[in-house]
Design a protein around this ligand. Structure first.
Ligand code: C5P
Length: 233
């Protein structure tokens, strides 16, 4: 069983907003997620800077390309000192294997996980837009099984799918779960959501929380509420 973690999504447009947000956490050094918005604006230097300030980092770039390109990108990423990186399972088994092999050559490899089905997608979009006719949980489990076969460490999925992933692929196969909202909070563009407490009950390993913390009047209090519900209770 993996240590439960709350990862804060630093979905802000630039370095000054990112550092201002991190300051709101005082002496705490929360585990943070740097995604496309911040990375494409500021590049790897800011990732190194946040790492040097003592934060663990999930670099959420959701790589999706041919095997050689993804493997090469990961060789570069592995030198940034991040703890967790991801790609899209929809890139296929060969791509995931090439990615895992590329990180295997690194002296201190980050853990590698695969996005299964985005938590912003529901069953209707899966069928009508992506033309995947299988039930959504089966699709998540299928992608997760391929990820494990390729040697990855886990998956990104909704907390609702954590039980099926763990029961088929083992409790040590990491489930990293966005789509987390406080009871009564705004759902926004997410479809498959749970509260931090429900995510814990469902056995999610790491929750990724963005707007419920970053847009709160008191982000530190919102972060502590997540820790309380998800980690400490
Ligand atoms: O603001 P919110 O809590 O919805 O943020 C969720 C974060 O998790 C965003 O940064 C989003 O890009 C990311 N994410 C997601 N669904 C996935 C993978 C990542 O929402 N399947």
């Amino acid at each position: 069983m993996t240590q439960r973690e709350v990862i804060i999504a630093l979905d802000v447009p630039d370095r000054s907003s990112a550092l201002a947000l991190l300051q709101r956490f005082g002496q705490e050094r929360p585990y943070v997620k740097v995604g496309m918005e911040l990375y494409y604006a500021q590049g790897p230097d800011l990732v190194r800077e946040i790492h040097d300030r003592g934060h663990r980092i999930f670099l959420d770039l959701k790589l999706h390309d041919i095997p050689n390109t993804v493997a090469s990108a990961l060789r570069g990423i592995s030198r940034l000192g991040v703890d967790l990186v991801n790609l899209h399972a929809a890139g296929g088994l060969a791509m995931m294997r090439a990615a895992a092999d590329a990180l295997g050559d690194s002296p201190r490899p980050p853990r590698l996980i695969a996005v299964t089905v985005l938590t912003s997608l529901g069953q209707d979009a899966l069928r009508d837009e992506l033309w995947i006719n299988q039930p959504l949980p089966d699709t998540v489990l299928h992608y997760a099984s391929l990820a494990r076969e390729a040697g990855l460490d886990g998956v990104v999925c909704s907390p609702q799918e954590a039980p099926v992933v763990h029961s088929h692929l083992g409790v040590d196969f990491l489930t990293v779960t966005p789509g987390v909202r406080f009871a009564g909070g705004a759902v926004g563009d997410q479809q498959r959501v749970t509260t931090p407490a429900q995510a814990r009950e469902l056995g999610a390993d790491h929750i990724v929380v963005g707007r419920p913390i970053t847009r709160a009047l008191d982000p530190l209090a919102a972060y502590r509420r997540c820790l309380d519900e998800f980690v400490r209770r």
